[in-house]
Design a protein around this ligand. Structure first.
Ligand SMILES: [Ca+2]
Length: 229
């Protein structure tokens, strides 16, 4: 029998569970992101470069992106669906992702050294061919903030991308273009602690790269942030 007291307890637990599952809320100044749950071990810490670019990432791929402009088909396919899904995925070094064709790939670290851009053709473990077309890849990292802060996450990409912060999508550009810095800018409020970034970048043909930096609203490097993979 469901008494009023029992109903109240169940309702309270349900509300608590829903609240616990939320990671922030929207506001006019961009999403407020609270600390996300990280895996037991992470690589790092690494520094943002002098302009705020993240140059240390975990990367996994390639995944298929068949079709022709303007509608390559991989962009809207969740290749992490068996691993929490893109929105809930938590990557770690060495994590294996099985693909539908029976093969598998693994998340592994990559450091962009001579440029702030992540050129996927330079990522050895992706084993890509020269200017391989119709593919996509994911990159992820953690940001550890020493205090609450307001920042902008600025992205350039070739070709399009989807961007999640703390399991919430904050940017999506289904475009075909060359990459330049700061093509989009996303204002966010980060709480003290760890925050997970996941970006999915797709490729039709030609170059295949992205660059992402974390800056203050005036465009200078955000301070007080460490990067982990
Ligand atoms: Ca391209």
């Amino acid at each position: 029998m469901c008494t009023y007291k029992t109903f109240f307890q169940i309702t309270t637990l349900a509300v608590a569970a829903i609240c616990a599952s939320l990671v922030g809320c929207e506001s006019a100044a961009g999403p407020t992101c609270t600390e996300a749950k990280k895996p037991a071990t992470v690589l790092g810490p690494y520094e943002l470069d002098e302009e705020g670019f993240i140059t240390n990432w975990l990367i996994v791929g390639p995944f298929p992106n068949p079709g022709e402009r303007p509608d390559n088909q991989g962009f809207h396919v969740d290749y992490l669906k068996n691993y929490g899904g893109e929105a809930k995925h938590v990557s770690f070094n060495g994590m294996q992702i099985d693909k539908d064709d029976g093969t598998s790939v693994k998340w592994a670290p990559y450091e962009a050294t001579y440029t702030s851009s992540v050129n996927f053709f330079e990522v050895d473990h992706l084993e890509l061919g020269y200017e391989q077309d119709d593919i996509l890849a994911y990159a992820a990292c953690w940001l550890k903030c020493e205090k609450d802060m307001k920042v902008q996450i600025r992205v350039g990409s070739d070709d399009g991308y989807k961007l999640w912060l703390d399991h919430k999508i904050i940017g999506e550009e289904h475009v075909y273009r060359a990459a330049y810095r700061d093509q989009e800018s996303y204002p966010v409020k980060l709480s003290e602690g760890m925050h997970i970034l996941l970006i999915k970048v797709d490729q039709d043909y030609g170059s295949f790269e992205f660059m992402l930096r974390v800056v203050t609203p005036d465009g200078s490097k955000a301070t007080g942030i460490k990067v982990y993979n």
